[in-house]
Write a protein that binds this ligand. Structure first.
Ligand code: ADP
Ligand code: MG
Length: 725
């Protein structure tokens, strides 16, 4: 067998075939490195071995401190299968000299062949009382001689149907043996010494197979450290050009009196086209941009604001002012639907000012494309809107000064790099453009710092006046009459309804979406799927008369568009979908949203979904349906009902998820983190990134080592996945 490397696919490991490969992909595990980095999210500690007599039932049941017991003992009755009925459970007793416990196994008849009277065993399980005697049902049992010292702190992995923690352990062991030596440390030597960190290989060994909880906790800290360095520094190093001075065009003259009167008049015209006054937050954000455009230092700014807060207006004004100053501005949207929406908005604003925006999409007709390209090349088109079709090499700009990206995290790494439009001149200076990013994903300040580093931010918090508030209710039963009633009332008034589900079909989840909070939903019978919901709706007496349709990500693009168009046109009254409707669907006549299994979605996702309604002048309602009784789930539902502030919700979301955030970060455009928690480890992140930055700036041997290892590990860890987003 040829050498296996960290970057090789998991299928290069013995025991992983196509079936396991597919399941691992659901956990975001593609390479051997991914497998190694997939550390347990918690551990079961079985190392506190006790005696049967010391397990005081009364005490345990009274204080509720848990009913689990680990002990060693001898099998004292014959573990034989009941011959009269093989369906009957297998039962036998184990004694440890202080007392005895009955072990009962369902569907595990094979154990009768594995264990015999007199065997010394290790047992771990939950103790219950059955007919007054102590019993364990389906406990873990293993022959005492087979229990290794460090096997009593049991790793628990986030799993998907068909893969067990034992599978993962076995594969990780092989992976570490084969290529653990290729792991490189990305932590500065001084910090590693000061904190007593071990080699990366040892850290991963201990994370997967710890001898104690304390050991596991210690290496998790080390791995979190490393992960946050990779995230915070890696992107910059990976996309090179670090530390070189860049210059951009000064778009707006610092002295406004030097602006020619014709442009000034056009500007007034445009402002009157607005038809409303900017909100205070919009005004501030636009001022921020204008100030940036007066400088030759490239703008590097993020505008954050909830859906509908008016970001596009600020972007549009920024583009128009750039065009009036004789330069070109580009607005890139992640989908053609969004690009077209932006084009319409901006066209309306630019009416009667003697300039026309252009729209370029992948599907634009070749002849039309050619014409647009010429206009871009000769500078007659100055306000340019489109999708990544604008990022191809055959598009040459005459005088590009401003590039705005909407929901930039939806673009891949390579495309993002192109967005910077860098150009190195002969004298070594780098010519760049002013960059503005818009996002409706509320990113908590702390998180933005890690993802966007030194980027300046403008936040639009307030909504334009006259916006409808959305009333959000929590419904604690899927059978509640309230759901059907609410839908009937709105439907009979001619309005439309969204129903959102956490999965498509029985075993199919929308891939790449943050729709879970901890536990996978595939194969989880309690989660209502899109298709089940369609059947339910069609069978409800009051609802079956209304046309309904399903919508989900893996549908053919053509069918998806057609369904959305029919919904917007009013042909479809009830749209049953996954989170695909999160962006892009804009139907002011849809004023009710029912979110099934709402506890399965992150707060930010719920908020984003809810932003689809409340777009018209009718009263809007969002019903969060969840049968979960978990304290955290209830708290989250309460937050949703009480708050309509996307930022407050995002902060709270990170906080509530607690350590081991598994799915939560994806919608922010960063891939799954394995060790770090962006909320609780924020202090570490800042400290670590500052230390590394300092070392790299100073240069020298350690700087070179870090540069190299961070670059390589980043590539393994994040680069490919960022492109997948
Ligand atoms: P975003 O891009 O943040 O989702 P938009 O800029 O598309 O928001 O604005 C949403 C809607 O609100 C648009 O129809 C827009 O015309 C309108 N709008 C924007 N700013 C204001 C304002 N200051 N006053 C009233 N309406 C506004
Ligand atoms: Mg928008």
């Amino acid at each position: 067998m040829s050498a296996v490397h960290l970057s090789n696919p998991v299928t290069d490991l013995y025991g992983i075939g196509p079936a396991a490969e597919e399941k691992l992909a659901k956990l975001d595990i593609y390479t051997i490195y991914d497998l190694i980095a997939f550390i347990p999210w918690r551990y079961d500690d079985w190392s506190d071995v006790g005696t049967i007599a010391s397990f005081d039932m009364n005490d345990r049941f009274d204080t509720g401190t848990g009913y689990d017991l680990s002990f060693r003992g001898t099998i004292s009755t014959n573990p034989s299968v009941n011959i009269t009925s093989r369906k009957k459970p297998l039962s036998f007793f184990v004694t440890d000299g202080t007392g005895r416990i009955k072990l009962t196994f369902f569907n595990s008849q094979y154990l009768a062949g594995k264990f015999a009277l007199g065997d010394e065993c290790f047992v771990h399980g939950t103790v219950s009382l059955f007919n007054g005697q102590m019993q364990m049902v389906n406990p873990y049992i293993e022959k005492a001689e087979k229990i290794e010292d460090n096997a009593l702190v049991r790793p628990v992995y986030h799993l998907t149907a068909g893969i067990t923690s034992n599978n993962i352990s076995k594969w990780v062991k092989t992976a570490l043996k084969l290529c653990g030596h290729e792991l490189m440390s990305c932590i500065p030597q001084s910090i590693a010494e000061q904190r007593g960190f071990v080699s990366p290989l040892e850290a991963y060994e201990k994370a997967h197979f710890p001898a104690s909880l304390e050991e596991a906790r210690k290496v998790r800290e080390q791995l979190a450290y490393e992960e946050l360095i990779l995230l915070g520094i890696g992107m910059k190093l990976y996309s090179a050009g670090h530390g070189i001075k860049e210059v951009a065009e000064q778009v707006i003259p610092s002295d406004p009196r030097s602006i020619d009167p014709v442009s000034a008049a056009k500007w007034s015209q445009i402002k009157s086209n607005l038809g409303f006054a900017l909100t205070a937050d919009q005004t501030t954000a636009f001022k921020d941009v204008q100030t940036d455009l007066m400088s030759t230092t490239p703008m590097n700014r993020l505008i954050q604001g909830d859906v509908g807060s008016g970001k596009t207006m600020v972007a549009a004004l920024s583009m128009i002012i750039t065009a009036l100053m004789g330069k070109q501005a580009v607005l890139l949207a992640p989908t053609s639907v969004l690009a077209t929406q932006h084009y319409k908005t901006i066209s309306r604003l630019m009416q009667n000012c003697g300039m026309d925006p252009v729209l370029l999409l992948g599907k634009t007709k070749p002849s039309e494309k050619l014409e647009i390209k010429e206009k871009i090349a000769d500078g007659s088109a100055r306000v340019i809107i489109g999708t990544h079709a604008l990022l191809t090499d055959d598009i040459v700009f005459k005088d590009l000064a401003l590039v705005i990206a909407d929901e930039q995290h939806r673009f891949g790494v390579k495309q993002r790099e192109k967005l910077l439009f860098k150009d190195t001149a002969v004298d070594g200076t780098v010519r760049s453009v002013h960059n503005l990013i818009m996002t409706a994903t509320p990113i908590p300040r702390t998180l933005a710092m890690v993802i966007y580093g030194d980027m300046a931010t403008s936040v639009i918090r307030q909504k334009p006046v006259g916006r409808q508030e959305i009333t959000t209710w929590f419904v604690n039963s899927k059978k509640s009459k309230a759901i059907e009633e609410m839908m009937s009332i709105k439907l009979s008034a001619g309005e439309q309804v969204y129903i959102v589900c956490a999965k498509i079909d029985k075993d199919e989840t929308e891939s790449g979406l943050d729709n879970m909070v901890g536990e996978p939903v595939d194969g989880d019978e309690s989660v209502t799927s899109v298709f089940e919901m369609k059947k339910i709706v069609d069978s409800m007496s009051d609802l079956s008369q209304y046309s309904s349709a399903v919508l989900y990500g893996s549908m053919k693009e053509k069918d998806k568009l057609e369904t959305m168009e029919r919904f917007i046109a009013g042909d479809i009254k009830i749209l049953i979908s996954t989170t695909v409707i999160e962006v892009g669907v804009d139907n002011p006549n849809a004023n009710v949203m029912i979110i099934m299994d709402a506890d399965r979605f992150g707060l930010s996702t719920l908020h984003q979904l809810r932003g689809r309604i409340g777009r018209g002048d009718k009263k809007s309602f969002c019903l969060l349906v969840s049968e979960s009784r978990s304290e955290i789930a209830l708290q989250r539902m309460k937050m949703m009902c009480e708050s309509s502030d996307g930022f407050a919700l995002a902060e709270k979301d990170l906080e509530l998820r607690g350590p081991g955030d598994f799915y939560g970060t994806r919608q922010h455009g960063i891939p799954t983190l394995r060790a770090a928690n962006l909320y609780t480890d924020m202090k570490i992140a800042t400290e670590a990134c500052e230390a590394v930055n300092k070392i790299i700036e100073e240069g020298g041997e350690e700087a070179e080592r870090l540069n190299e290892s961070i670059r390589q590990m980043f590539e393994l860890r994040f680069a490919r996945k960022m492109e997948l987003i």
